[in-house]
Design a protein around this ligand. Structure first.
Ligand SMILES: *Cc1c(COP(=O)(O)O)cnc(C)c1O
Length: 402
């Protein structure tokens, strides 16, 4: 038998025995609490990525951990072959927070999106009267909705698709932020328009003001479902509970994941009202782990923390402050600072080097963040971050961008 390996070789083991599908920064995290993580050498870092917004409540929030511990002592998995006592209260809470009557629980974000695509197609056939097998869904260029074959079939990112065909048909892609292009792409067979309210993976790309309102009006006029992917933007991240609230509209359905699991457990959901959710009948769709009692207990606590701690308002206030200070740095390397709430992108000039280069320099200074799309440094800290902690991170950001 091999002796236990010292923690310092953990990264080497992951590289030796894992698939090579990620390129992490060279830090091995062993502990975390709130906005702070500790590496295998005992160094502390401030987490300004929060697992791509899956840690809005911070690492190991005490209330979420307690819910998980309590549930571990009772029952963790039942499958949906039987009821469990946690799923109902979780779904009720999610309905109160989302404003949608029903939710279909899954595990990963991609599965929630797949669920939504299935629901929209079936609605098209059962309700709209689209001929069987011909439903079409409009997506935006540079979208990110996950990694399944059907989802990448609607991606414009060559690397996400390369070598993974053949692809699922039925997607029409239009430029993001252009409502007229959405309208032009709609055919009598179109069942839904699927969009991110802000494109996170694409580099924190905000659409023009009024875009979501215009798409809402187009969808109403053309009898097409408006499907918003709130997996990254939802649950307080942009300063409102849902990013669609910034435009005072309501989509027909949303996907939620990431922070729904409170950083403890993978939990996702597709949320909609009766008219859409009613397309599902027993046996149509499901997941062995979806809606399990562990997930439900954790998910309910994760939602309670966001509401009870007022995290959306906190994101609005601290995000505005953070962005103002970032702009105030006046760095010659910065092309643009953009974002909403605590979802912030700092785009650096191509001539100033890659965003990864700045992320590596920040890591050396104890600030963890991640580049996206080559030139954008994404800052998306846990929403429980304090102003003092933002100031501390800013001092290092100022130094590397000087
Ligand atoms: C992360 C993300 C997904 C995919 O979620 P996974 O849990 O990684 O499958 C889908 N859509 C958006 C907008 C995301 O940010």
């Amino acid at each position: 038998m091999l002796p236990p390996s010292p923690p310092s070789s953990a990264a080497a083991l992951a590289e030796l025995y894992g698939a090579n599908n990620y390129h992490p920064l060279p830090v091995v995290i062993t502990h975390a609490s709130g906005v702070w993580v500790t590496d295998s050498d005992g160094r502390r870092y401030i987490d300004m990525l929060s697992s791509y917004s899956a840690l809005n409540q911070g690492h190991r929030h005490p209330r979420i951990l307690q819910a998980a511990r309590d549930q571990l002592e009772r029952v963790t998995l039942t499958s949906r072959a039987f009821h469990n006592d946690q799923l109902g209260p979780f779904l009720e809470r999610l309905s109160q927070v989302s404003g949608f009557k029903r939710a279909l629980p899954m595990n990963s974000g991609a599965e929630a999106v797949e669920t939504g695509l299935k629901a929209c197609r079936k609605w098209g056939y059962q309700v709209k009267g689209v001929p069987d097998g011909s439903a079409r869904i409009v997506l935006a260029g540079n979208n990110f909705h996950g990694r399944t074959i059907s989802i990448i079939s609607g991606s414009t990112e060559e690397q996400y698709r390369q070598g993974f065909g053949p692809f699922t048909p039925g997607f029409d892609v239009v430029p993001y932020g252009d409502a007229a292009a959405v309208e032009a792409a709609i055919t009598p067979h179109t069942v839904a328009v699927l969009l991110e309210p802000i494109q996170g993976e694409a580099g924190v790309v905000l659409p023009p003001d009024g875009y979501l309102r215009e798409v809402r009006a187009i969808c109403d006029r053309r009898s097409v479902l408006m499907f918003l992917d709130e997996i990254q933007t939802g649950l307080g991240r942009t300063g409102r509970m849902w990013a669609f609230e910034h435009e005072d509209i309501r989509p027909d359905c949303i996907t939620v994941a990431k922070a729904l699991g409170g950083g403890v457990y993978p939990i996702s959901a597709f949320c909609a009202d009766d008219a859409l959710m009613d397309v599902f009948s027993p046996g149509d769709h499901g997941s062995t782990f979806g809606g399990n009692p562990m997930a439900a207990a954790v998910g309910k606590a994760a939602l309670d923390v966001i509401v009870d701690e007022g995290l959306p308002a906190r994101a609005a206030e601290l995000g505005a402050y953070f962005m103002e200070r970032l702009r105030g740095l006046g760095s010659p390397h910065v092309l643009e600072v953009r974002g909403r709430g605590l979802l912030i992108g700092v785009e650096v000039h191509v001539s100033s080097g890659t965003a990864r280069h700045y992320c590596e320099a920040l890591k050396e200074r104890g600030v963890l963040c991640k580049d996206t799309h080559g030139q954008v440094i994404r800052f998306a800290p846990p929403l429980v971050i304090t102003r003092d902690e933002i100031d501390m991170a800013l001092a290092h950001v100022a130094a590397v961008l000087a």
